[in-house]
Structures are given as structure tokens and as C-alpha cells.
Design a protein around this ligand. Structure first.
Ligand SMILES: *[C@@H]1O[C@H](CO)[C@@H](O)[C@H](O)[C@H]1NC(C)=O
Ligand SMILES: *[C@@H]1O[C@H](CO)[C@@H](O)[C@H](O)[C@H]1NC(C)=O
Length: 333
């Protein structure tokens, strides 16, 4: 009796699912099914089989390793050709293996299912490079890394997946480069560099399973001498103090020297001026105006210009009366 009821129920159930009975399997199956994953966001993409009619829809189902039954993916039941299916929410367990399949359908036809490869979220996701800040610290570079905050299932954060960081360091001047692999830390110091030289750093992250490295763009900085803010201001203060000291000495020196100078001024000044004037004449340049008043006074003191002709006979080219008069002042009487 129970067996009969079950048969009846089964019949009714099948009757309500027209696709399995009435729809014929004649559409081309989708192709190129792949699941790509970046920073734990999983996306399924596929291509319609050749000759697929334009009004065709596609549906996606998933299965995971531990439960052996296919189930439909909400939001991916009526896809169009070219659309993708977001599997982030359905691949909940990072440590499980998943598989997806896609079927094309129209109201009257379906295709066979096409299967994806097995997918393990933890190892198949590609970790993007973290945000990078580089600054100099003498003969080293400080590299700050920051992984975007992102909640994952199972109480994990995205940054919990970052295990190792590869640093690619390149000297800007000649392009010489090396790579360095360190455990993931937010603050890293790359040592043994030349100081005062520019380097560029690209980083790449790997999780527990290494994948193809995706490098960040290069971030460049000079390895400047170590200068924290406090020592910097100290240098400035010391420097200013030094400058003021020197200025003080200079002024005192000038005052003392000036005091001595004022006694010797006439003889020093005239000797100097005459030298300038003779040099000026020899080079054929114009004579400085400054000489005027001094020469006039000298003329009065020496009285005559004729003494010059004997005193400085070799300088025959000098025919200016003013120069002669000045030189006269130097001639010992
Ligand atoms: C669907 O699969 C069956 C068996 O795997 C095959 O015989 C049939 O040709 C396939 N149909 C299409 C439309 O590819
Ligand atoms: C996929 O779904 C996740 C979780 O709902 C969401 O954070 C992410 O932005 C979605 N990705 C795309 C490409 O829509």
C-alpha cells in the first residue's frame, strides 16, 4: 500500500517538472567554463556553444566535495550569454573543494551540462598586492604594507591569508635589481642599500599555497640619511647658533680692524687708488670717477706735477695728469 502511494507521489512530482520530461536535449552545451578568483571573490564565466540561439538562457549549479548533490545558485538561474555568475557567497568553506556546471535552455530545449574543474577557494584565489608606502631610513628602506579590510567566512580577515611577500627592489640609476621574500608583516625594513640613492619597490603576495605572483606597481624613494624630526630641528638650531657666532666674530673683527684702519687711511687709500687707476689705464678701460677729489688734494700737497716725470719715467704711456699727481704723493720727498 505504502509502495503504491510512493509511486503515485513520484509520478505527480515528475509531472510538475516539465523540463525533465518534455524538453528535448538539443542545444549546444556551453564551453570554456572557468572560475577565476581574486582576493576571495569568485566569478564563473563561460561561452555559449557554437550556434546557440540568441534567446537562450543559462543556469548554474554547484556541488561540493563533502555533499554529493548539485544545487542551483541563486542569482545565476537566468543568465544571458556574456554574463558571469558571482560564486563568492556559495563557496562558503575556504577549505572545501567545489565544482560548478552550466546548462543552456530555452522554453522547449536544453543543453547538456558542462562542468568546471574542481576549485579550492583557499589555494585557487589570487591575492592582490597590498597597498605600499616606501620611505628612506639611511642605508635602508622602510616598506609599509596594508591589506584592505575585508571580512571572509569562518571569522577570517583577508589579511589572514597573506603569508609571504616578495619584494622586488630596483635601483633607479642603473636598473640593478634583486628580490627578497619575507613573512608578511605590516612594517618591513630592507637593509644594506646605498644611502642617498633612489630605489623602487614592487611587492607581490602569496598565501599558504604559492601562485603566480601579481606585482604591484613600483613605489620609489630615496634612502636618505636617517633624520627624525627631533634631530632635524637640533641640526637647524646648532647651525643657526654657529652662523650667529661667526657673524659676531666677524663684526668684532671688523670693528677692531676698522679702528686701526682709520689711522692709516690716507696712505692706504691713495696707494690702492693709484694702483687701480694704473691698471685701468694699461687695460685701456675708463677711469673710475672716484679718483677725482683725492687727486685734487694730492695735487695741492705735492705742488708740482713735474716730479712725476722723473719718478716714474718708465710709465710713459700714462699721460693723465690725475694719475701722475696721485703717484706723486707716494714719492718720498
Ligand atoms: C549530450 O550528451 C550525450 C551523452 O553524453 C550525447 O550523446 C549528446 O550528443 C549530447 N547532446 C548535445 C546537444 O551535445
Ligand atoms: C560578488 O559578491 C560579493 C559578496 O556578495 C560582493 O562583495 C562582490 O562585490 C560581488 N562581486 C561582483 C563582481 O559583483
Amino acid at each position: 500500500m505504502m509502495g503504491l502511494w510512493l509511486l503515485l507521489l513520484l509520478h505527480l512530482h515528475l509531472g510538475n517538472a516539465p523540463r525533465t520530461e518534455d524538453v528535448c536535449v538539443s542545444l549546444p552545451a556551453p564551453s570554456s567554463i572557468s572560475i577565476s578568483s581574486f582576493n576571495m571573490e569568485h566569478t564563473l564565466s563561460f561561452l555559449p556553444g557554437p550556434g546557440t540561439p540568441p534567446e537562450t538562457h543559462f543556469t548554474v549549479q554547484i556541488i561540493h566535495h563533502r555533499k554529493n548533490s548539485w544545487r542551483p545558485v541563486t542569482g545565476c538561474l537566468e543568465l544571458r550569454a556574456g554574463q558571469t555568475c558571482n560564486l563568492t557567497r556559495v563557496f562558503k568553506d575556504l577549505y572545501d573543494h567545489y565544482r560548478a556546471r552550466v546548462q543552456a535552455y530555452t522554453p522547449t530545449q536544453t543543453s547538456n551540462w558542462t562542468l568546471s574543474a574542481w576549485f579550492l577557494p583557499l589555494s585557487d584565489t589570487v591575492l592582490g598586492p597590498p597597498d605600499v608606502t616606501v620611505s628612506g631610513c639611511g642605508n635602508c628602506l622602510t616598506v609599509q604594507l596594508r591589506v584592505p579590510t575585508k571580512e571572509l567566512p569562518q571569522n577570517l580577515q583577508l589579511k589572514d591569508l597573506y603569508k609571504r611577500i616578495i619584494f622586488r627592489v630596483q635601483r633607479t640609476r642603473d636598473g640593478a635589481q634583486f628580490t627578497l621574500t619575507l613573512d608578511y608583516e605590516e612594517e618591513n625594513v630592507i637593509t644594506y642599500l646605498q644611502s642617498g640613492v633612489e630605489y623602487c619597490v614592487s611587492v607581490s603576495a602569496t598565501g599558504s599555497v604559492s601562485s603566480n605572483p601579481v606585482y604591484s606597481k613600483p613605489y620609489c624613494a630615496f634612502t636618505s640619511p636617517p633624520s627624525t624630526k627631533s634631530s632635524c630641528t637640533l641640526y637647524v638650531v646648532l647651525g643657526l647658533a654657529g652662523v650667529f657666532c661667526m657673524l659676531g666674530f666677524l663684526i668684532i673683527g671688523l670693528l677692531i680692524y676698522g679702528g686701526q684702519m682709520s689711522l692709516k687711511l690716507p696712505i692706504h687709500l691713495t696707494r690702492r687708488l693709484s694702483y687701480i687707476l694704473i691698471q685701468g689705464q694699461k687695460r685701456g678701460s675708463t677711469r673710475p670717477e672716484l679718483s677725482g677729489p683725492f687727486s685734487a688734494s694730492q695735487l695741492h700737497e705735492t705742488g708740482s706735477a713735474s716730479c712725476l716725470l722723473t719718478a716714474h719715467s718708465p710709465v710713459e704711456a700714462v699721460n693723465s695728469s690725475e694719475v701722475e699727481e696721485e703717484d706723486c704723493g707716494l714719492v718720498p720727498n
